[in-house]
Design a protein around this ligand. Structure first.
Ligand code: AMP
Ligand code: MN
Ligand code: MN
Length: 324
């Protein structure tokens, strides 16, 4: 953390922190871990996310303090786990755009959109960056902070299994457990649990899975979602599952939303491939091995366009591999 970032954090008294829309465990864990730490520093804080906290994250201490629309005056806005400013959604109101913005993130596609940018591409999660920040500020870890930050680490590494999981991640996890975080509780709440409706939705989406070269893809229609009664659009479990197919190097799930006008696209890749660039080219973002984007258009239009772009991108990557 450079001195300008340390100064702005110490000087600002009223801080608004915002994580990304459609929040995952890292968005919420880093938002709440950071929020608890700001309280310890004696700051007035507001925590915001433009979408509600999904029920299975409601074990996180302090989740009831997160608002969708912040109110009040602030000296500083902090974005967490967002690769661009749009990822903050409506919580980042127009009137806040004149305030200094600190961008804390770990996505390879991060656009460095802040007045200050604390972007660490080596970090497996934003929670890990928050941990290092607290360490530098010599703030003590307590069980609520530890539980929130370990949630971010566990969910973004899918239980310490991703290529991003470094020795540093494991030693930070060690310190968080020693400070009172419960690894079994986090794993059972986030990785090993999903609504029955999500399983029923997979049952509808899986028969349509198609292999195109080394790309395995399927789609989730609004009709399927209505039939199973699943309100939230989070198909990361499904796309992770598709990538377990031996025949696939890349998996894609297309999920229809907003009355068929938009499609949420989730990409996953095996190590050696890069799906961040195709997401970025479409206006989204993410990591080399896990990325996403929301595209306007009907399901068939978006599917054809995205699969064609993906084919081109993978072919270019293959050519580059052969040359190097
Ligand atoms: P998901 O498939 O939702 O688990 O997302 C995988 C990765 O892609 C995460 O790191 C997300 O932050 C990123 N991502 C997903 N959707 C978008 C989007 N619409 N814009 C930018 N990044 C996204
Ligand atoms: Mn995230
Ligand atoms: Mn993250």
């Amino acid at each position: 953390m450079d001195t300008a970032i340390r100064d702005i954090l110490q000087r600002s008294q009223r801080i608004l922190a915002i994580c990304h829309v459609n929040p995952d465990g890292d968005a919420l864990g880093s938002l709440l871990g950071f929020g608890w730490a700001l309280k310890e520093m004696g700051k007035e804080t507001a925590l915001a996310c433009a979408d509600p906290v999904p029920p299975f994250y409601q074990y996180l201490p302090g989740h009831e303090e997160i608002v969708q629309q912040p109110v009040g005056e602030f000296d500083l806005v902090v974005s967490l786990d967002c690769s661009d400013a749009q990822r903050m959604g409506d919580s980042y109101r127009d009137e806040y755009r004149r305030l200094p913005l600190l961008n804390v993130d770990h996505h390879v596609t991060n656009l460095r959109f802040g007045t200050f940018n604390l972007v660490d591409l080596e970090a497996a999660s934003t929670a890990e960056i928050i941990f290092l920040m607290l360490d530098e500020l010599a703030l003590p870890l307590d069980p609520p902070i530890a539980q929130c930050l370990l949630t971010g680490i566990v969910t973004d590494t899918r239980g310490f299994r991703t290529a991003s999981c470094t020795p540093r991640v494991l030693s930070i996890a060690n310190r968080l457990m020693a400070a009172g975080a419960s690894l079994p509780e986090i794993v059972s709440r986030t990785l090993d649990r999903r609504p029955l409706a999500a399983i029923r939705l997979w049952a509808q989406a899986l028969p349509g899975a198609q292999l195109r070269g080394r790309v395995l893809w399927t789609e989730v229609t609004e009709a399927m979602r209505a039939a199973t009664g699943l309100a939230t659009v989070d198909d990361s479990g499904l796309v992770n599952f598709l990538l377990t197919a031996e025949e696939a190097d890349v998996a894609v799930v297309f999920s229809e939303k907003n009355g068929g006008q938009e499609v949420e696209v989730g990409f996953r890749a095996r190590p050696g491939w890069d799906v961040a660039q195709v997401a970025l080219a479409l206006g989204g973002g993410g990591h080399m091995l896990a990325s996403g984007v929301t595209v306007r258009g009907t399901l068939p239009e978006v599917r054809e366009r995205v699969l064609a772009l993906l084919d081109e991108s993978l072919a270019a990557q293959e050519r580059a591999h052969r040359i190097t």
